[in-house]
Design a protein around this ligand. Sequence first.
Ligand SMILES: *[C@@H]1O[C@H](CO)[C@@H](O)[C@H](O)[C@H]1NC(C)=O
Ligand SMILES: *[C@@H]1O[C@H](CO)[C@@H](O)[C@H](O)[C@H]1NC(C)=O
Ligand SMILES: *[C@@H]1O[C@H](CO)[C@@H](O)[C@H](O)[C@H]1NC(C)=O
Ligand SMILES: *[C@@H]1O[C@H](CO)[C@@H](O)[C@H](O)[C@H]1NC(C)=O
Ligand SMILES: *[C@@H]1O[C@H](CO)[C@@H](O)[C@H](O)[C@H]1NC(C)=O
Ligand SMILES: *[C@@H]1O[C@H](CO)[C@@H](O)[C@H](O)[C@H]1NC(C)=O
Ligand SMILES: *[C@@H]1O[C@H](CO)[C@@H](O)[C@H](O)[C@H]1NC(C)=O
Ligand SMILES: CC(=O)N[C@H]1CO[C@H](CO)[C@@H](O)[C@@H]1O
Length: 652
Amino acid sequence: MVARTERSRRGSRATVAIVAAMSFAGARAAPTSIGSEGFTVPPFKCFGTSAVLKYDMTVVASDLSGITWNPETETLFAVNNGDRIIYELTYPNTLVKSYDVATTSADLEGISAMGTRKFAFTTENPATVYTATLNADGTVTNNVTIKAGLPSGSAAGNNLGFEGVVYMPGDKFYTVQEANPSKIWSHPLTAGGDYTALTGDLKLAFPQIASVGGMTRGGDATDELFLVVKNYNATGRGGEVYNGQKSIWRYNITSGTFTERFGGEVCTMGQPEGLTFWKNATSGKIMMLVVGETNEARVYQADPTCTDALNTTSELMSTCAKVKVSESNCERTKAEGGCPWTRCDKDLTTHTKICTDDTPGVTDCTEAECMQKCNSSAFSGSNVGQTCTHWAYDVAEKECYIFAGCTNAKFDLDYTTYTMQDKTCERTIEDYPLGCEQRRCDKDISTHNKICTDDTPGTTDCTLAECKAKCQQHTDFTCTTYAYDVAEKECYLFETCENEKHDDDYSTYVLIDPTCGKNKTAGGCNQRRCDKDLTTHEKVCVDDTPAQQCSEAMCEYKCANHTFTSINSEAYCTHWAYDVADKECYVFYGCTGEKYDDDYTLYTQSYGERLALRAAGAPTPPPPPATPPKSAAGLHRLFVTAFIALAALLVA
Ligand SMILES: *[C@@H]1O[C@H](CO)[C@@H](O)[C@H](O)[C@H]1NC(C)=O
Ligand SMILES: *[C@@H]1O[C@H](CO)[C@@H](O)[C@H](O)[C@H]1NC(C)=O
Ligand SMILES: *[C@@H]1O[C@H](CO)[C@@H](O)[C@H](O)[C@H]1NC(C)=O
Ligand SMILES: *[C@@H]1O[C@H](CO)[C@@H](O)[C@H](O)[C@H]1NC(C)=O
Ligand SMILES: *[C@@H]1O[C@H](CO)[C@@H](O)[C@H](O)[C@H]1NC(C)=O
Ligand SMILES: *[C@@H]1O[C@H](CO)[C@@H](O)[C@H](O)[C@H]1NC(C)=O
Ligand SMILES: *[C@@H]1O[C@H](CO)[C@@H](O)[C@H](O)[C@H]1NC(C)=O
Ligand SMILES: CC(=O)N[C@H]1CO[C@H](CO)[C@@H](O)[C@@H]1O
């Protein structure tokens, strides 16, 4: 413990010394070059607790997967794993040039500036490092494949190859493998050698890293690497366990240890994939830029004279808040159609069966009466005094349950369950232009900022679109929810929405609906998936072989055909997720911890849809591919292939 503290202090003093030697005068410094950029990365504490900028790096079309600062041109070079294009831009978001590096795989994942416009970059499938010169006129020359593929016997599943590369000036390349295992490798600067493992499986190292999105160097430091980690298990300073964390980790190559981590806004990114540091020539500040899918960008800055020590960031800044997992499983009101074929678990939830079919016309009731009984909390016996939150009605038998809370809502052939009030309205402006009308988060207990006011109309007020944009760009805290007053043009931003309730003036919107809940007809929820660590699931189609892949229609059918019998005989599949690119499919029972996923679209499936799909039967699988081109279809394919080849020739 003492030894570690000593080392940390020395590390930080050394950093300060290097930076002080640069004696920054405040004037604009001349461009620097790789290996002498005039800084190392100060301890993370120095980057403070607020991002200085949060934005979408829209000049990179999509799938932003890696970035590097090039000190000689004072521009950024970003890679996109959707095409094979490297984008050069001026910070923060002005396109300079784009370069088609024509790699055999389009899956670009990492990039590192090497000086004199030379860059190293990686592709994931297979794990490969390339170098090339990206000329100012947009041409690509001197392209070299340093090495394709890991040494034989080293695991690297499809899509789990290199996520990042670091050129260490005059020394070697370092690469990082995404997962199974997450691992750092090195390779000599010249082509033809082999990768050498720098670490073992990072999952077994103390931060329990299970997935890495990128890696970068820290200015002129030759013994440090910085990893963008997408999934690791953390232990808090008080011993508390936080699973599924995201962060930046600092790694000391000499000692082979991770020395500190930084969560902050990295926690809120969908999928952090790239990181780079530079020294701002105007302000002298050390800039830290984290980027990720689709084109999220977060910027922090540190004063190089900062004297904080390594590993002294607060628990709050180093660790992501635990994900709140919603427990209630029916949050749809009568107006929203309720939750069909569902009833709260009466063994676990306080309830009264308030109408029965014992004496039709006397003991039974209408749906409106059932709702009214919940509204008036008409509990009987020992439950008198409880507050009704949910009610369930059986249309056929005219029976009614009222519930205080709703634990373990599950399949029921006869009932539809309704909540009296959706306590967390959660509407996006895209799905509901009016949002949640006359609702607002409780500003006494929700972290908030009143960002537009009617003090000086035309100056301090704003439009609804501006209110939303301010939420997206807010840096004091991560804004998830915004509320807008149309009459006064006022706007509130909220970090979380605690105790949402009635408000005469405001309509409330979320940036992202955390429980999107759309069926196939409604188009599903793009780039979302239930958390497979928290939800009962089965991966029913995989991309290991073409025979194990499936079509979207088959994925939907597999949900309809699936019962999680280990739970019970009525645990029907409720959600399915499909990856169009890899033709992979998950089926789920419930959906806990729904979150961003770059590959999947998530769909709900009601019992009604299930019955209809089962009645229609399994979709016919597509014809087997690559039959000899004798049939008309084969000839057609041949023509298409020839046409594509011709088009490619013409383009080239
Ligand atoms: C890395 O570890 C070595 C050996 O413990 C130490 O001498 C060095 O100062 C460390 N480097 C940094 C940047 O902390
Ligand atoms: C993190 O903890 C969870 C729950 O204990 C476990 O399932 C998972 O494998 C752990 N991850 C790593 C990387 O150790
Ligand atoms: C950081 O310090 C805490 C004690 O405050 C210690 O438990 C932890 O292991 C340290 N982390 C690293 C990466 O050294
Ligand atoms: C440098 O800092 C200034 C002032 O904060 C900022 O406006 C500018 O965008 C920064 N430029 C770079 C390249 O970091
Ligand atoms: C519930 O009862 C109150 C008072 O009786 C009434 O004002 C309100 O409209 C009722 N709400 C619903 C949803 O029926
Ligand atoms: C449907 O489920 C049955 C029973 O589990 C299984 O035998 C069958 O292969 C499934 N059909 C499809 C198309 O997956
Ligand atoms: C699918 O969702 C739409 C829109 O939410 C809804 O109107 C429709 O009834 C749903 N379809 C089924 C079969 O549940
Ligand atoms: C941009 C470019 O010239 N790319 C080439 C790099 O080298 C490979 C293999 O020699 C070629 O296939 C690429 O076209």
